[in-house]
Design a protein around this ligand. Structure first.
Ligand SMILES: Nc1ncnc2c1ncn2[C@@H]1O[C@H](COP(=O)(O)OP(=O)(O)OP(=O)(O)O)[C@@H](O)[C@H]1O
Ligand SMILES: [Mg+2]
Length: 145
C-alpha cells in the first residue's frame, strides 16, 4: 500500500485484501517486530500486504527486494492522496486512529510516487468515488493527482 494517512489504505485492505497477512507498523509497533512478522509470513509463503504509508522510495525498498528474492509478485496500490480529502477523512476518525493534521501534511511532503523501476510487477491507482474504491491501472498521466 502507498498513501498518506487518511487515504484509505487500511479500509482498502479490509475490503479488497481480506485474505492477506497484514503487516503494519501500526499493529506491530516496532521495525524489529515488523521484520520478524514479515520473515515469518515469507517462510509460510502466505500472501502479504504491507499496510504502511510507504510514501518514499526508501520505505518501499525495505520490502520490495525481500519479496522479490522470495519469489513474490510485487503489487503496488497507490491511494489517491489529496491532502484536503485525507484531512477530512482523518477528522472523521475517532480515538487513536485520528492523527494530528501535521502528520498528514508531513507525510504528503515526503510522498514520492511509485515507479515500476522500484521492482513492481503491477501498479494500481486507487481513488474513492461515492465511498467506494475504484481501482485503475497506474498511468503516468495520473501521477499529478
Ligand atoms: N472508501 C471509503 N469511503 C469513505 N470513507 C472511507 C473510505 N475508505 C476509508 N474511509 C474513511 O477514511 C478514514 C481513513 O481511512 P483509513 O483508516 O483506511 O486510512 P489509512 O490510509 O489506513 O490511514 P493511516 O495511514 O492513518 O492508517 C476512515 O475514517 C475511513 O472510515
Ligand atoms: Mg491505516
Amino acid at each position: 500500500m502507498i498513501g498518506i494517512p487518511g487515504s484509505g489504505k487500511s479500509t482498502f485492505c479490509e475490503q479488497h485484501l481480506p485474505q492477506h497477512r497484514l503487516i503494519s507498523l501500526d499493529l506491530l509497533h516496532t521495525r524489529f517486530q515488523e521484520s520478524k512478522a514479515l520473515e515469518e509470513a515469507i517462510l509460510e509463503k502466505v500472501d502479504i500486504v504491507i499496510d504502511n504509508t510507504n510514501v518514499s522510495r526508501a520505505e518501499r525498498a525495505r520490502f520490495i527486494p525481500k519479496g522479490k528474492a522470495a519469489g513474490y509478485k510485487i503489487i503496488g496500490y497507490y491511494l489517491q492522496s489529496k491532502i484536503s480529502d485525507c484531512l477530512k477523512r482523518n477528522a472523521q476518525r475517532t480515538g487513536k486512529k485520528r492523527i494530528p493534521d501535521a502528520g498528514v501534511i508531513g507525510r504528503a511532503r515526503q510522498l514520492e510516487r511509485p515507479n515500476y523501476d522500484e521492482g513492481f510487477d503491477e501498479l494500481h491507482y486507487v481513488s474513492i468515488e461515492n465511498n467506494s474504491f475504484v481501482i485503475k491501472e497506474w498511468l503516468i498521466e495520473e501521477n499529478a493527482k
